[in-house]
Design a protein around this ligand. Structure first.
Ligand SMILES: Cc1cc2nc3c(=O)[nH]c(=O)nc-3n(C[C@H](O)[C@H](O)[C@H](O)COP(=O)(O)OP(=O)(O)OC[C@H]3O[C@@H](n4cnc5c(N)ncnc54)[C@H](O)[C@@H]3O)c2cc1C
Length: 571
């Protein structure tokens, strides 16, 4: 461990202060307040947006039609460990905060606007900044960092405005890296009469009426969550209104929408609606099914050095889903072992490239299940199993636990499970279904491709063709898509970081310390969040309880200050 004198402060930089940067800051302040040491600590945040803790994804100024992807009851900026129940200042959950600030949005099962989550996170940041431990100073630089370079005893952080600052510890939590276009947009087709939009965020700017004029025939590349955000920006964001009665959504256009919106994607498979827990009636016995599945996975994680996905973990998931499905179907014991309808359903799902009708039918069915209009089906059983077993799955996969050769198969299935388990809230699926019914969203070109001539661009399938005026890329950059001139791209290029073989994400230890190209742990540096995806599973989330890296990092830093010796006093 490097040595610091207690007379000079420990200089800590947090580069990128979205939710994860904030969680790390909060943990560090907590650890520093509980450990007794006189060592001063200077923390500097580098965050270019106007709101530390909310960052770009939860920008409080974004329009309210951009909603959360999970229910408000799951949003909580505080860790609430048993030992720290008596907090020194107010630490409300999101729902408690909403009850005071925005009572109309305070339904725990509601999907609040992302802007409100951003306001809440920023408020939480202000509480931490107001209640710093005595030996801590905090400053926020509204700068983008463009490079971090190792010097002999420190790390030099270089900002876009040309400033350099030295630090003993640097944590990189740049998440999505701010809004930027995905690698695939570099090959977006061009034509004289086609406007191409490489990225949908911020929607107010990228999808404004001047960018996508009313009446434009508009193609959207990608049929995931960002596609839904884009569709809502082009309809509700243009002043149209949605109404819901008895789980049936309708839309009142206001004339400013594109004449037609045509999503298209590689597989055509949609993201299924996330069930509303209060609407899906489940027997309590089902909890023992989830518990048994979790136990089995955890046993595998502890019993062997590495885990196998296709042969070990996946069969447990399928079997658990089958057990859950039979409970819902109320089938007698004897019928239970004959086949696995959930496995059969998944096999069919993954083998089939969905055309417009199949995709529409899957969306409708998932909406009906999610809202309790029909009994849970095989897709629900598999999605719910994935959600319920996910924390245990993380333990089987993280930090290279999953054998390197298993990653290709794992990626394939995990990508599919994103569609099945982590889709949009049911209400957004309801809105999209209303737009399909009105013909504003048309799935006819779903499995199509875009053909361009010098002048025109056309969406074409075997049975459908439509000339389009605008093309919107609604694919967000992959977690390991680091261009060579980006901050992480440069660190990777110089060998200060490396990607985990198979998994693909930046390799870190449990305290977020990265390994360099030689496999050595990099002291004084840490990387958290989305860029480590794969080495750490599912960490692009607001959920604080799935991963302990910010806590472990903070403990290490605090211990560093506690181990400093008092300077000798010479008389
Ligand atoms: C459209 C969208 C919707 C989502 N919805 C949900 C949801 O409903 N629920 C959920 O759990 N998760 C959701 N997510 C995932 C979301 O990314 C995480 O919840 C969360 O934002 C991760 O936090 P983070 O701090 O790791 O990354 P980010 O939120 O991306 O924050 C990173 C921060 O780093 C800053 N930064 C980037 N580059 C630099 C640089 N070079 N120098 C200095 N600062 C920099 C950025 O300004 C940003 O503030 C969504 C993601 C997207 C893109």
């Amino acid at each position: 461990m490097e040595s610091y004198s207690i007379s000079s402060p420990l200089r800590v930089a947090i580069v990128g202060c979205g939710p994860k940067g904030f969680y790390s800051l909060e943990r560090l302040c907590h650890e520093l307040s509980t450990l007794s040491s006189k060592q001063k600590v200077e923390i500097t945040l580098f965050e270019p947006t106007g709101y530390p803790a909310s960052g770009a994804v939860y920008d409080p100024k974004q329009p309210h039609y951009l909603r959360m992807n999970f229910a408000s009851r799951h949003v909580d900026a505080w860790l609430r460990e048993e030992t720290e129940i008596d907090a020194a200042y107010p630490q409300p959950t999101f729902v408690q905060w909403l009850k005071k600030q925005y009572p109309l949005f305070s339904d725990p099962d509601g999907f609040a606007p992302r802007a409100l989550v951003g306001e809440y996170l920023y408020w939480c940041y202000q509480q931490v900044a107001l209640h710093l431990p005595e030996r801590v100073t905090l400053r926020w630089k509204r700068d983008k960092v463009i490079d971090i370079v190792r010097q002999k005893t420190a790390w030099t952080v270089l900002s876009e405005n040309g400033q350099t600052n030295d630090f003993d510890e640097v944590l990189i939590s740049t998440g999505h890296g701010g809004w930027h276009a995905a690698a695939n947009s570099r090959q977006l087709p061009t034509a004289l009469h086609l406007t191409s939009i490489d990225c949908i965020f911020p929607t107010e700017e990228k999808l404004s009426e001047s960018a996508v004029p009313p009446d434009a025939k508009t193609a959207i590349c990608g049929f995931g969550l960002s596609c839904m955000d884009a569709i809502l920006a082009l309809t509700e964001g243009r002043g149209g209104t949605f109404h819901c009665e008895d789980h049936r959504w309708s839309y009142q256009p206001n004339g400013q929408e594109p004449s037609v919106i045509l999503p298209f994607s590689r597989t055509g498979r949609p993201m299924l609606a996330k069930p509303i827990p209060a609407c899906v009636c489940l027997p309590t016995t089902i909890n023992s099914v989830w518990q048994a599945g979790r136990n089995q996975l955890r046993q595998m994680a502890t019993q062997s050095q590495t885990t196998q996905f296709k042969e070990s973990l996946w069969p447990v998931i399928l079997q658990t889903a089958k057990n859950a499905f039979w409970i819902i179907e109320d089938r007698p014991e004897s019928a239970q072992d004959e086949c696995n309808p959930v496995a059969d359903w998944f096999e069919h799902w993954i083998q089939t490239e969905a055309d417009d009708q199949a995709s529409h039918a899957a969306l409708k069915q998932s909406y009906r299940v999610a809202t309790g209009q029909t009994l849970p089906d095989e897709a629900w059983a598999l999605g719910e199993t994935w959600r319920q077993l996910y924390p245990a799955l993380i333990e089987c996969v993280n930090h290279g636990k999953l054998a390197e050769a298993e990653w290709e198969e794992f990626h394939l299935i995990a990508r599919e499970m994103e569609r099945i388990a982590f889709g949009p809230p049911a209400e957004n699926v309801g809105r999209i279904l209303a737009l399909i019914e009105l013909g504003i969203v048309d799935l006819s070109g779903l499995r199509g491709h875009l053909r361009t001539t010098k002048h025109y661009a056309t969406i074409i399938t075997q049975t459908f063709r439509c000339e389009v005026d605008c093309l919107i890329n609604a694919i967000i950059p992959a977690s390991n898509d680091h261009s060579p001139d980006s901050l992480l791209g440069k660190l990777l290029e110089r060998g200060a970081l490396r990607k985990m073989p198979g998994a693909g994400g930046i390799e870190v230890d449990p305290a977020a310390r990265p390994l360099n190209a030689k496999g050595e742990t990099m002291q004084g540096l840490a990387v958290l969040g989305r860029p480590t995806e794969g080495c750490i599973l599912g960490n692009d989330t607001l959920n604080r309880r799935l991963h302990t890296l910010p806590s472990e990092w903070a403990k290490q830093i605090a211990e560093k200050t506690a181990s400093q010796k008092e300077p000798c006093v010479v008389h």
